[in-house]
Design a protein around this ligand. Structure first.
Ligand code: DGT
Ligand code: CA
Ligand code: CA
Ligand code: ZN
Length: 630
């Protein structure tokens, strides 16, 4: 049996291996080519081992305790050298090799490890000149104009570094909605299955479907709060219990996210749901409204006085809002952006008012098609047939547009004119097949299509109304022209245009590029209009009001890219577009069939931007959609 002194989680081990990898990569900058090659190999192997350990379903410490170093060696990508370092770490809490690397390059690796856009090689160059050790040092050096003095750096690069640090500091500790979504749903489900639990729901920013989540909040209805709390803090996902009371608990999970739990009796469910969904400003505004009516609102109910007996609402959210003379407000709108005034007018003017209709947001099942879908003709992973099959059978869509990349985007093997037309012809054939035979009676078995043979079973093949649209994600070049000629675009059902290059041009030029594209009679949609990647890059600068104005004038549609790291347009721009009568579409940007699930994040973002079904063109049947494009 192996001896362990330190308590180390899989995450701790993976983290220290990543730090070793980082320092090794920093070292490469100071070596000749031959050494570099060896070190590159080494740093990658540490990273690979960290990946494996982070995704391990068993506890590394138990594995080591039971099987010693042989147990560690069973993990893929963990060889002798790494296994013995893990052993040392478990026994002593330290790794001598790491300390040695660190004494040569004494930077605070923890701070730089996840700093997107400033990698170990860049840091090494800055370190060599300025001896910076911490993120604060790096920031100071940049703000004082010292980085531009280093050979190979410029003022522009220095500004980019400042921006990256700002973004990093702002995003630190916030997780992408799509990243945490599965875990939140899993815990919500776990809580709902516990004895004595009547309801379980994820609340806070998650219920508002905000694009990033600070911590996860759960509300549970139960008459045995202590039992629920006990089960919550003992979940395998919990790393540390931060606090615990009679109706609340607060924990840190293994993946670094904090999680709050509140347990209430049924009679307080609506009040607690309202309180805990937030956002804070929205909640405070409601409390003030209650006060001005001589009432008191808190997480237990709405009361006429300080006495608990005088509760006039609490069981449902609706009754809380209604007692305050408001229509119920969808959670995604509760951001203190005018929704309370809207709900007040809607309540006053009765059901059929314009305000009332504005509160009827686009629904989570309203999309009929997806207008940005990629295939393995470029950088997607599946065939046109497979994407169509899954879109229809698993996700209930009626149409998809195949929007492979075009030729100037070389890394994706973008299509040229001839290939685009070939693809369009193939799509026509597929559509005929869909109309006339049993395309959708074939079943995918994970490897290839298998015809389950309706004919053998004596059934008549079902006709299907699914439609594949020929399309492309055309690149907008530096001057605003496109990389595919108009006589080809003209032959496609629908065309989207995108900026994929020259991100650092100034705002006037970027806006000009988008406007030029919008003016092209063949361009129906501008895909992910700002190019942002949440928490990673801000996107190129765009004069959004001007783009919106042009979209309206030219009858161009703007896209909400539903991929959870884009969500581009974002909520406030969606609201602005809608207020200016610009039509939108919501697309998954799928590169694999499982990516169609992202559509729900796009719908959520649209709801956060107050979109109704009317504002989103791909809620229309395919022919109506095509009729509504330019
Ligand atoms: P997050 O976690 O940063 O993504 O955002 P939230 O909105 O989930 O914030 P969180 O977890 O701090 O709190 C959850 C909800 O609880 C919040 O949206 C409203 C409510 N809440 C928290 N603190 C306060 C407070 O001091 N006053 C009021 N009225 N409500 C609060
Ligand atoms: Ca939260
Ligand atoms: Ca919280
Ligand atoms: Zn792509």
């Amino acid at each position: 049996m192996a001896i362990i002194i330190m308590n180390k989680t899989n995450r701790d081990v993976a983290h220290v291996l990543r730090k070793i990898s980082y320092l090794l990569e920093m070292e490469t900058n100071n070596k000749n080519d031959k050494d570099n090659h060896a070190i590159n190999f080494k740093n990658r192997s540490y990273n690979r081992a960290a990946d494996q350990i982070e995704n391990l379903s068993i506890n590394l410490e138990n594995l080591y305790r039971n099987e010693g170093i042989d147990g560690l060696l069973k993990i893929p990508s963990v060889g002798r050298a790494i296994a013995s370092k893990i052993e040392e770490f478990m026994k002593t809490g330290e790794i001598n090799y790491y300390n040695q690397l660190k004494s040569k390059l004494p930077v605070n690796v923890d701070e730089f490890l996840n700093l997107e856009g400033i990698g170990p090689k860049t840091l090494r160059l800055i370190y060599d000149s300025l001896k910076i050790k911490t993120l604060d040092d790096l920031y100071d050096a940049a703000i004082n104009g010292k980085i531009r003095t280093i050979a190979g750096f410029s003022q522009k690069k220095e500004e980019a570094i400042l921006k990256k640090i700002d973004l990093y500091r702002k995003s630190k500790g916030r997780f992408l909605l799509g990243e945490v979504y599965p875990l939140v749903k899993q815990i919500e489900g776990y809580l709902s299955e516990l004895d004595g639990v009547r309801k379980s729901i994820a609340v806070g920013s998650f219920r508002r479907m905000k694009e990033t989540i600070g911590d996860m909040d759960f509300l549970v209805v139960s008459d045995v709060p202590q039992k629920v709390i006990e089960s919550f803090v003992n979940m395998p996902e919990v790393k540390e219990v931060l606090s615990r009371g009679s109706s609340k608990a607060f924990v840190k999970l293994n993946n670094g996210i904090d999680s709050d739990l509140l347990v209430v009796p049924e009679e307080s469910y609506g009040a607690a749901l309202q309180y805990f969904t937030g956002n804070k400003e929205h909640g405070i505004a409601l409390r003030k409204m209650a006060q001005s009516k001589g009432l008191r609102l808190n997480e237990w109910g709405l009361f006429t006085s300080n006495s608990k007996e005088n509760k006039i609402a609490g069981l449902t959210e609706e009754e809380i809002y209604n007692k305050l003379d408001l229509e119920w407000i969808p959670p995604e709108m509760r951001e203190s952006k005018g929704e309370i005034e809207l709900a007040k007018r809607a309540r006053k003017n009765a059901d059929k008012s314009k305000e009332g209709r504005l509160l009827q947001l686009l629904g989570y099942h309203d999309l009929k098609g997806d207008l940005q879908v990629h295939t393995n003709n470029t950088d997607g992973k599946m065939t046109i047939e497979e994407m169509a099959y899954y879109a229809k059978e698993r996700f209930g869509l009626d149409y998809i547009a195949i929007t492979d990349h075009t030729k100037s985007l070389k890394i994706t093997n973008g299509l040229n004119e001839e290939q685009i037309l070939d693809q369009a012809n193939k799509i026509t054939e597929l559509n005929d097949k869909i109309k006339n035979d049993d395309f959708f009676l074939d079943r995918y078995n994970g490897e290839k299509f298998v015809n389950i043979g309706s004919k053998e079973h004596g059934q008549r093949p079902k006709k299907s109304s699914f439609r594949i649209l020929s399309s492309a994600e055309v690149n907008i070049l530096k001057d605003g022209s496109l990389d595919i000629s108009n006589n080809v675009l003209d032959k496609l059902d629908i065309v989207g245009a995108t900026i994929h290059s020259n991100f650092s041009l100034p705002i006037e030029m970027q806006t000009h590029r988008l406007i030029e594209a919008a003016k092209n009679p063949n361009i129906d949609i501008i895909f992910h209009p700002t190019g942002r990647i949440i928490n990673k890059r801000d996107g190129y600068p765009v004069d959004i009001p001007k783009l919106i104005e042009t979209a309206k004038d030219t009858h161009t549609v703007l896209e909400i890219d539903a991929h959870f790291d884009r969500l581009d347009l974002k909520d406030e721009y969606i609201k602005m577009a809608i207020e200016n009568d610009v039509k939108l579409v919501i697309d998954s940007d799928a590169h694999h069939q499982i990516h169609f699930v992202f559509l729900k994040f796009g719908i959520a973002q649209a709801r956060r931007g107050w979109a109704t079904k009317n504002d989103i063109l791909n809620t229309l049947p395919v022919q109506n959609l095509l009729d509504n494009l330019k």
